[in-house]
Design a binder for this molecule. Sequence first.
Ligand code: HEM
Length: 503
Amino acid sequence: MFIALVLISVILWMVYEQCRMWRVLRRSAQPASRRRALPLLGHAYLLFGSDADRMRRLDAMGREAIEKGGIVATWFGRTLYTITSDAVVAELALRQCLAKTAMSDILRHLCGNGSVVAPIEIWRSRRKLITPIFSTKHLRDSFATFSRKSAELSERLRPAAGRGTLSIAKYLSTYTLESVCGESNEKDRSEFLCAFEEFCRIALLRMSNPLLAVEAVFKLNPNYTSYYRSIKVMWDFIDEIINSKKGLRKNKNANTNEDIKHPKSFMELLMCAPGAGGAPGGGGTPRAVELREEMLVLALAGGDTSAVAASFLCCLLAHHPRVQDRLYEELLEVLGERTSIEVEDLPKLKYMEAVINESLRLYPPVPNIIRKVPKDITLPSGATLLADSALLVSVRSVQRSAAQWGRDADLFDPDRFLRGDTRHPHAFIPFGLGPRNCVGYRYAIMSIKTVVAALLRDYKFLPPSPPPPSPLSGDTDKLFSLKFDIMLRDMGGFKLKLESRRI
Ligand code: HEM
């Protein structure tokens, strides 16, 4: 009798849920996904399985949005998730929807109220805190760090040149992390990078499974200890930087010759920002937390994204020798007799910029941007983004939509950025758009240009051995085994070979 009652209740609840979903969908007038939504899970089950499966299904959802005219309605748990591949919808929504969704709460275990995940009220003050450190002056100063660190990277790679396949991502992660954080102990740095990898792996499990998002359920999961251990390793790394910089600053007056020779790292700039814990007159526990959170955001948002972007780019160059040769010629032309690149050279590297953009178009390190919808927003198509639903902008699909990029949208063709083809101004959004866009995009482009120029000057990039299936069809995705944790990555480890250009 009891079992029968439970069964009837479950069936009634399922019917109620189904009706609720139909009602919501009708009100939104959005095209529903052809994939079946399960009670309780919605489409979240599509994120189960291997990394490759998850990536394939996410891409398929993005493609479905393209087929359906730019949006498709899906369910994550009980929440309506509109997926869009449309530049117009992306622009409209990212300007108006500034809050992050419950999915970001998982990242808040690591970054607290760091700008990238903070609730709107806190985000506004955090954005004010970090924006000044991205001023043109500080960016020019950062070039000295990029230049020094990329020369060191090039030297570090020397023993690997001519010696078979290597994984370039590991080297580039060290470069980007050191550029943002300044010097750090090699063991701590590699522990930090491993901890972040582990955190991303488990965070993704939690984001993909609404049940694991519940802390009480997650406590029973075998990954629980490792999750919080990795967070602690990252916090310790940042605290160590804060403490060492505090010690240094006590012994040094601002703007000494030392500062001019080695301009402040981004971490130091943040510590001196008005209102941050390290500023004169600052201090106190909340300020220290604020500083730690934003430093962590800078280390992760700033370090890993740029390393992933530069890694995709180097691998694409290895497989496209003609593009690589043209890039090298441009570099020689700009450098003339000089051997090292100057900050004034960067804007002259036009083809380099087109190659970076094309790589970011096909392989955006942040392939999805997720926001909470604050109020009903009517779209030009007549469909509505409903208040309290969520929106997933599939950056990868927006940037591969044939409507904007033509029938050859999947091909690697940097010239498309030089031809001046007409397209929607927001058909290219690797750094997001609107008030909550990437605050570090100019920094990222400078950093990538500098390191790629330094490596290209010293080495030729070659495909790994054995090379992956030939991309003769033009589909560069065959070059990579893509996965998506918090970022887009190559499970193959971004492999390539280097040949020294020095005789
Ligand atoms: C190729 C490299 C990079 C890519 C593709 C990238 C991409 C993005 C994207 C798409 C967002 C917006 C996320 C959203 O709308 O929810 C974002 C936010 C952010 N990025 Fe970047 N980023 C890169 C490099 C950097 C660098 C180098 C820094 C700093 C040194 C940085 C700092 C930030 C911060 C602080 C935010 C949060 C902004 C806010 O919420 O107000 N990023 N990034």
